[in-house]
Design a protein around this ligand. Structure first.
Ligand SMILES: [Cu+2]
Length: 455
């Protein structure tokens, strides 16, 4: 519809709905309508062919496209019908990107500063393009190619399969081995560790395996332990096809260098000194972090408080939400953004320690460290039938060993918080440990401590 046509239609509508309108009001309305129309057309032209640098010759339109800050710029390209479109695609940021058409053709993965041509061919219908690196399309790296003057319709939604509901009572897959939750004492004062970012198929619920992004092939990654004053030197090697980084909460430093995203095949060395005790999270530092954490890139660093007494047994549990589906796929990302997990896990698998209980003897002092990796949601760690006489949370003795006070029932942790509890078991039996948000417990944040009499 032409501009004057739109104004006329809007005006006659207004006049019909507001009979007897005073002339002054009508003039005001006309001005308003004109302003709205002007704003509308301004918005429309912003992303059109006039905006990006273009060259047009012999029915070929070449448009410069920039990949930067998790966006495709311009996000809309308008093309006269039948014109052959060529996109000259340049990646301007450290993270690897590409651009893929809805027909499947795509540029190679581009590092910072690299440029590739993507020949769309003659354009007769509206088309879509996006970055095919996992998670980037859902994060907003999309572009629309529009035929000038054509009727625009909404793009069809992807027909992807819906993952089934978890069966927590199912048997684990053949050959499955539980993650050992036992925590060894700290040794040495310098910790040199190599962490490789690798993709792995992991058991995330009994009998249910999913492709995950990991540090060192497991989710959570290895639990590191040291004392106040210890130095850590972690070499991160990226053995995947996408960018990753790492962020250790256990060390304080300028994030700029150590937490940068590294490309496939690259490595970085991350050095920090543990100046403060605590149960710290580490996680992938690459955006969107919600996806990188939800897909397994997290772990714990335990720095003992000075004078921490020895106990009979120590366990480390990292709680996390479980999101099924293709890592970074639209369906999974929608669930992450809506905070609608498919389940909850301790140490990377729902109901893991129902199938392989933790063990203790009656009368033993047991210390259980818990870190909440998230990416969203709280953890209310509780042992059914148990009472905590010691609680250490976020660097503070909430309930000290010498306190002439009561007991505690829950260690509550927001995302990225950590601490430990201590308890002993009065008699033999099976003591479930849960996230006492019962929706989480019933969704997999559940395990068992099997207590037997001291031999
Ligand atoms: Cu990552």
């Amino acid at each position: 519809m032409s501009l004057p046509g739109m104004v006329t239609a809007a005006l006659s509508d207004l006049v019909l709905r507001i009979p007897g309108t005073a002339l002054g009001v009508l003039i005001g309305v006309v001005a308003l309508v004109l302003a709205v129309v002007a704003a509308g057309t301004g918005q429309q032209t912003e992303h059109q062919i006039a905006d990006p640098p273009t060259t047009e010759s012999g029915g070929v339109l070449t448009v410069d496209v920039v990949l930067d800050e998790m966006r495709v710029r311009p996000d809309t390209v308008e093309v006269p019908e039948g014109t052959r479109l060529v996109l000259r695609v340049t990646n301007r940021e450290a993270m690897v990107h590409d651009l893929q058409l809805d027909s499947g053709e795509r540029t190679p993965r581009l590092r910072r500063g690299q440029t590739a041509l993507l020949d769309v061919g003659p354009v007769y219908t509206d088309r879509e393009a996006w970055c095919a690196v996992a998670g980037h399309r859902a994060a907003g790296m999309t572009m629309s190619i529009r035929v000038q003057g054509a009727h625009h319709h909404a793009p069809e939604t992807d027909a992807s399969d819906v993952p089934g509901v978890l069966d927590l009572a199912a048997d684990p897959s053949p050959g499955w081995v539980a993650r050992d939750a036992a925590l060894e004492p700290a040794t040495g004062s310098v910790h040199r560790i190599e962490l490789r970012a690798v993709n792995r198929e992991l058991e995330v619920a009994p009998g249910r395996q999913e492709q995950r992004w990991t540090f060192a092939g497991s989710a959570p990654g290895p639990t590191l332990r040291g004392r106040v004053g210890d130095r850590f030197e972690i070499t991160l090697i990226n053995d995947t096809e996408m960018g990753h980084g790492i962020d250790f909460h256990a060390g304080a430093l300028a994030p700029d260098g150590p937490m940068r995203t590294i490309d496939p095949g690259e490595r970085l060395v991350y050095r920090f000194t543990a100046h403060r005790a605590g149960a710290w999270l580490y996680h992938c530092s690459t955006m969107p972090m919600s996806q990188h954490i939800a897909n397994g890139m997290y772990g714990a660093v335990i720095i003992d408080p000075p004078g921490l007494p020895e106990v009979d047994r120590e366990y480390a549990l990292v709680s996390a939400q479980l999101y099924l589906g293709e890592p970074g796929g639209q369906e999974q990302v929608d669930k992450i953004n809506a905070d609608q997990p498919d389940g909850w896990m301790f140490n990377g698998m729902a109901a893991q320690y129902d199938h392989a209980p933790l063990r203790a003897h009656t009368g033993e002092r047991v210390r259980i460290w818990v870190v909440n990796a998230g990416p969203g949601g709280s953890t209310a760690f509780h042992v059914v039938g148990g009472q905590f006489d010691t609680v250490y949370r976020e660097g503070a003795w909430v309930l000290g060993p010498d306190a002439r006070s009561g007991g505690a029932q829950v260690l509550d942790l927001a995302p990225a918080q950590g601490g430990f509890v201590e308890l002993s078991f009065p008699e033999a039996g099976h003591y479930p440990f849960v996230d006492h948000d019962m929706r989480h417990a019933e969704g997999g944040a559940h395990g068992v401590i099997e207590v037997t009499d001291r031999p």
